[in-house]
Design a protein around this ligand. Structure first.
Ligand SMILES: *Cc1c(COP(=O)(O)O)cnc(C)c1O
Length: 471
């Protein structure tokens, strides 16, 4: 019992906890104010592996947390302009600590009285914000990937002529989605057994939107092959380019064909909170299901995703599988036993992050955050347009921007290599963090402006830095 007594000693916890909170507060200060200038102290995977293997044997236990901080990428640094993960609002570090402490498992009501009912408060609030009526409801789940899969399972249950959940796959089924959608849609469809033929990829227009003029043709072609299409997915926006599909046109098509309309708004669904940019998600209210990530554009710690249903009954019907030891089979839709509707059995108390932010700052904080980031996306596009050695892949409409270095003396193949190399250099030097993507054979540098403290000054500096590295 010696180790257990030591581990559960609350005075030890108090001491370590106070020290850690101080360290975290310093971390916020150092990163946001760039006192600790590097975004990442890059090391090769094999070197990092050796470091941690050695640390387990020989490292100083007292320094464990501070070493973890220094060996991680710092999303709160304004020069972090890479992937779509939020620099969390500091108060959610505290709700995350409370979540871990209480460890309420959520599967059934009594294993999370507060967090289960708060989940209803939050999802009802989000449904209303989307523009849904009282038939709507939603759940929170672990990430956009899982939420998209869950939505497609609900769609299949609601629309297809056969009951796949009960009888297995009998017919060929299919979904329609833009070729530029997030890879998790393709993965979800394969998990559901649709196979390659069942993922009808609609080509994108020159400006990376789903080409909705092709929908009828692709639909008819699939029908001829004996594929029953049950859903169409719109991206709001697509991950690689930040471009929104035409949600109104897709909605119209889905109504005509009587199929499910799902919107993957993992990244930009949060634009419903921006008075300036909510026009980007026009049509959201028509979707049968919508996904919005809390850990991307809503400043929360990973993972927490809202999945909202226009008709809440479809959410209750998704997994009608009995787990009687947990859930008494009830005719009434018991909204408070959440595992009936989520993929997860045990789930974290993710609703408390949403609630904490709303209670502390009101929904205005989401408007400020999204509007600031999207504004800077537009501003960066103007900066790029003014520089002869850089070009945009497409005019941005969000905080995701793809651009590249250009030079009239180099071929496209050479430019691909140059841009790829410079991104690797930027990563290894660690002053900035940016990512990359290949679009139609062209290698682009990709930014997602996630940090509200990033300014045009940082972005100008980045461009100068890139040119400097090229010399
Ligand atoms: C990030 C993203 C996903 C995946 O969400 P996770 O929360 O990372 O699982 C899905 N779709 C889009 C459009 C995204 O941007």
């Amino acid at each position: 019992m010696k180790k257990l007594i030591e581990a559960y000693n609350s005075e030890n916890f108090r001491k370590k906890g106070h020290k850690l909170i101080d360290e975290i507060a310093n971390h916020f200060e150092n990163t946001i104010q760039e006192k600790n200038s590097k975004v990442i102290h890059w090391s090769q995977p094999n070197d990092e592996h050796i470091f941690w293997k050695d640390y387990l044997e020989n490292g100083n236990q007292e320094n464990l947390f501070s070493t973890l901080i220094s060996h991680s990428i710092h999303v709160h640094n304004p020069n972090y302009i890479g992937h779509q993960v939020a620099p969390i609002a500091p108060i959610t570090a505290l709700s995350a600590l409370l979540n871990a402490t209480l460890n309420n498992g959520m599967a059934v009501y009594e294993m999370g009285m507060a967090s289960s009912t708060i989940e209803r408060v939050i999802t009802d609030f989000l449904c209303k914000k989307v523009g849904h009526d009282l038939d709507s409801n939603g759940i929170l789940t672990s990430g956009g990937t899982l939420a998209n899969l869950t939505a497609l399972l609900s769609a299949r249950k609601a629309i297809t002529t056969t009951d796949v959940w009960k009888d297995g796959n009998k017919n060929k089924l299919g979904i329609m989605v833009s070729e530029d959608a997030h890879y998790c849609i393709d993965r979800a469809a394969r998990i559901m057994g649709l196979g390659e033929d069942g993922i009808i990829k609609i080509p994108a227009t020159i400006d990376f939107k789903m080409d909705t003029s092709l929908l009828e043709e692709y639909y008819q072609e699939s029908l001829k092959k004996g594929i029953e299409i049950f859903a169409i997915v719109g991206s709001a926006p697509s991950t690689s380019t930040g471009i929104y599909d035409d949600l109104i046109a897709i909605s119209k098509f889905s109504k005509e064909k009587n199929i499910w309309f799902h919107i993957d708004g993992a990244h930009g669904g949060a634009a419903i909170f921006s008075s300036k940019y909510k026009h980007t998600v026009k049509g959201l209210e028509n979707a049968d299901s919508v996904v919005i990530d809390g850990h991307k554009m809503m400043m929360m710690p990973a993972l927490t995703t809202a999945l909202l249903f226009k008709n809440g009954h479809n959410s209750h019907a998704t997994f009608s599988q009995k787990a009687d030891y947990l859930l008494e089979d009830s005719k009434e839709e018991d909204w408070y036993n959440l595992a009936k509707r989520t993929f997860e059995c045990t789930k974290t108390m993710m609703s408390i992050h949403w609630f904490t932010l709303l209670k502390t700052y009101g929904e205005e904080i989401f408007d400020e955050y999204i509007t600031t980031l999207y504004d800077l996306g537009y501003e960066f596009a103007q900066i790029i347009a003014s520089k002869p050695n850089f070009e945009l892949a497409v005019k941005p409409v969000s905080n995701i921007i793809c651009f590249r270095y250009i030079n009239e003396n180099n071929s496209n193949d050479e430019l691909n290599e140059i841009n790829e190399k410079v991104r690797q250099k930027v990563l290894e030097k660690g002053e900035f963090y940016i990512v990359q993507t290949k679009l139609r054979g062209i290698h682009y540098l990709r930014l997602t402006i996630m940090n509200p403290f990033t300014t045009a000054l940082h972005l100008n500096k980045l461009l100068g830095y890139i040119l400097n590295e090229l010399e």
